[in-house]
Design a protein around this ligand. Structure first.
Ligand code: ASP
Ligand code: MG
Length: 457
């Protein structure tokens, strides 16, 4: 029987109410599953903070472990009334916390932590969640086994903090390790290098971990449980009546996530596209029926009547501008700049150039560093190097956007009618997205104007 991989995120692991709902969902499936869990809500951020403080505060180890113990213990006591299961689960949690405490103590003693140690420490949130859920399911008569990535052979390329799964090495092992018809509970967020070191898939990476496992076992579906109503035509915090998007293609989902839709990690669909495994999105506050997904992401490419399926935005990008009267025609500038940025570990999101200006789109968090790196290069044609961090991107996504005339015109007109100045725009880099750079002040009105044009008229 093909497996279903089911992922519960931090927003599902928040209060007793949601945990009750998770149990209900698992029993509604009524079949073998591979469950992937994130850390409890807020726990990864808490660990990031603890890791930072541990370098110069010896008491952090004890405080961290105490807090996490309390968090799990209170919840376990609420959910499990069988003495034996409760004790056993708490013992397993305690074992993990003892390890964590030792690592944090070590960091305090040396005042330092390697990338390997950082990744290892940050993954404890997920390890604790897996043990926790295993105990709760057991009490409800739902037998499961916890399966840690290091024990099932989820092997990565070894890059700390931003690993990718190595399917060549992982597929056979994972498939074999998870082959029985039972419920497995796997901590998300990480795999291991060939040397068995914990390597994180990046923040929010449990979606990607679940997708990687789905690919390894040839799952019939990856089911992601959220606390929102699937993919919508825009952020409900900004527009009043967003519509549900029932179907998205892999590429549309990837572009939406890339341009800011928080619902899915941008790399989730990567492992699933070739084997054509669909992603189904559910809401933990919904009916909990496991055959009624809100949004289905698959290879099916549908063109919606208005073409645009969703309007998304991100405030996380900024521009590095290289200005000079002839930068557009002078060969070699981009080669030098991109090499230097690459060597500094900075990812380039886009490049828009003209004769007098080269504009490099980067993550806002990398801007200062990028400025320093590029300042240090000898570039005679560049008169001025500038940072612009007061920008936002607004993107319209949907199959057909670049091959239907009039879409960009409607977007520009909608923006102009709200007196919004478009700083830069880009269409055609991908056949399904058209995006606009505006001042951050203009971001909300821009999203509203485009959404109104395509969905509210
Ligand atoms: N807990 C990790 C994070 O907060 C991974 C995840 O939630 O997907 O980044
Ligand atoms: Mg998450």
């Amino acid at each position: 029987m093909p497996k279903i991989v089911v992922k519960f995120g931090g927003s599902n692991l928040r209060s007793n109410e949601e945990i009750h709902r998770i149990v209900k969902v698992v029993s509604n499936y009524n079949q073998p599953l591979i469950i992937v869990v994130s850390a409890f809500y807020g726990v990864t951020n808490f660990l990031v903070d603890a890791l930072d403080k541990a370098r110069h505060d010896e008491e952090i180890a004890d405080k961290t472990v105490k807090y996490l113990f309390q968090l799990k213990n209170d919840s376990l006591v609420h959910h499990i009334t069988d003495e034996k299961i409760l004790k056993e689960t708490i013992r397993l949690i305690q074992d993990q916390l003892d390890e964590l405490k030792n690592f944090l103590h070590g960091i305090a003693l040396t005042g330092d932590a390697s990338s390997a140690l950082e990744d290892h420490v940050l993954a404890y949130g997920e390890r604790l969640s897996a043990i926790f859920l295993h105990g709760i399911l057991k009490f409800q008569g739902l037998e499961s086994v916890t399966a840690f990535p290091e024990n099932i052979g989820l092997i990565t390329d070894g890059e700390f903090g931003n690993a990718s799964a190595d399917f060549h090495l992982s597929t056979g092992r994972v498939r074999e390790a998870l082959s029985e018809d039972r419920i497995y509970v796997v901590p998300g967020f990480y795999g291991v290098s060939q040397e068995q070191k914990t390597t994180l898939f990046g923040r929010g990476g449990s979606d990607y971990a679940a997708a990687a496992l789905a690919r390894c076992v040839g799952a019939s579906s990856l089911d992601i449980w959220k606390d929102v109503n699937g993919f919508l035509s825009s952020d409900p915090k900004l527009v009043s009546n967003p519509v549900l998007i029932e179907k998205l293609s892999y590429n549309e989902a990837a572009e939406l996530a890339y341009f800011g839709a928080k619902i899915l990690h941008p790399r989730t669909v990567e492992p699933l596209t070739d084997p054509r495994i669909p992603v189904r999105i559910f809401n933990i506050y919904g009916t909990l029926e496991v055959n009624k997904p809100l949004t289905v992401i698959s290879r099916e490419k549908s063109v919606q009547s208005g073409v645009v399926k969703s309007v998304t935005y991100s405030d996380d990008f900024g521009l590095l501008k290289l200005k000079g009267p002839g930068v557009g025609l002078k060969p070699g500038i981009l080669a030098k700049v991109t090499t230097a940025l690459h060597l500094a570990g900075i990812n380039i999101s886009s490049v828009l150039t003209s004769q007098i200006s080269i504009n490099i789109l980067l993550a806002k968090k990398d801007l200062q560093n990028a400025f320093a790196v590029v300042s240090a290069i000898e570039l005679s044609a560049v008169g001025k190097l500038q940072i612009d961090d007061d920008i936002s991107i607004v993107a319209a996504v949907g199959h057909g956007i670049t091959d239907n005339y009039g879409i960009a015109a409607r977007i520009f007109t909608a923006l102009a009618s709200e007196s919004i100045n478009v700083l830069m725009s880009c269409s055609g880099a991908s056949p399904i997205v058209s995006y606009y750079l505006v001042q951050t002040n203009d971001r909300t009105p821009a999203v509203k104007a485009i959404h109104h044009e395509f969905f509210e008229k």
